[in-house]
Design a protein around this ligand. Sequence first.
Ligand code: SF4
Length: 272
Amino acid sequence: MIIRHVTTRAIATKSKLPDADFVINPYTGCTHGCVYCYAEFMCRFTGHAGEKWGTFMDVKEGGRMPGPRVLKGKTILIGSVTDPYNHLEKKYQKTRSILTRLEELDAQVEILTKSPLVLRDMDILGRLKNLRVGLSFSTMDADLARLIEPRAASPGDRLETLKQLNAAGIAAYAFVSPLFPLLSDYRKIAEAVEKYAAYICFENLNLRGSYKKAVLELIKKNYPEQYHDFAAVYQSKDEFNTYWRKKEKEIRAYMKGKCYRIYFFHSDIKKR
Ligand code: SF4
């Protein structure tokens, strides 16, 4: 992996995501190597055209933070196209340093990660006035997780992280994403996390980028019996809609009375 240090002008950028007004990505690139990573489009916008996503990391240095008046009452998501607690964070502590800059601001901070390294920053997390920490889960099956998220922490370690955050009184939630058709058991994930998560978000697997081929090949090789039905979901927009509408209904029935949110169809989601 090629590691570069780059000076950035603005560390927070405005976001069109439904639940975030600003996003902060302390790094460009990610070390987790998820096969479904949607963030490869970032190569085009960050001077990495021609490089393969996952083979480089930019460590962002500096970067202006919007002022308190701009951020007052706004939601800031860390991060949207990297895991803020990727392997480099242990050494470079860019996420930690950003969190210290956010301590005095009256903004809602939301951290999304797959890593127990977030626990290192418990001191700062405890001081942030409005904070939510999300742990991502695609599956509770360690073998499947190793295949699709080869360098990320195991589902068991993520669950333990969620547990420790919750025990420390930090608002923690589970981001069940991406759900793989036929392979991700949302019930098992929900059962495992519900004691420790203030709420659960569900998102499905989209295969829009060039990673579609890699995902389908991986499923074909490792789950030949499920491959046909899995691939069928991504054959056409209609197949996709039919499968995920049905799944959405199922999840809504299962989660009735519980606190959850579903992000399957972006056209359904309104900005908060
Ligand atoms: S953790 Fe997120 S950004 Fe990192 S490789 Fe996985 S999907 Fe991509």
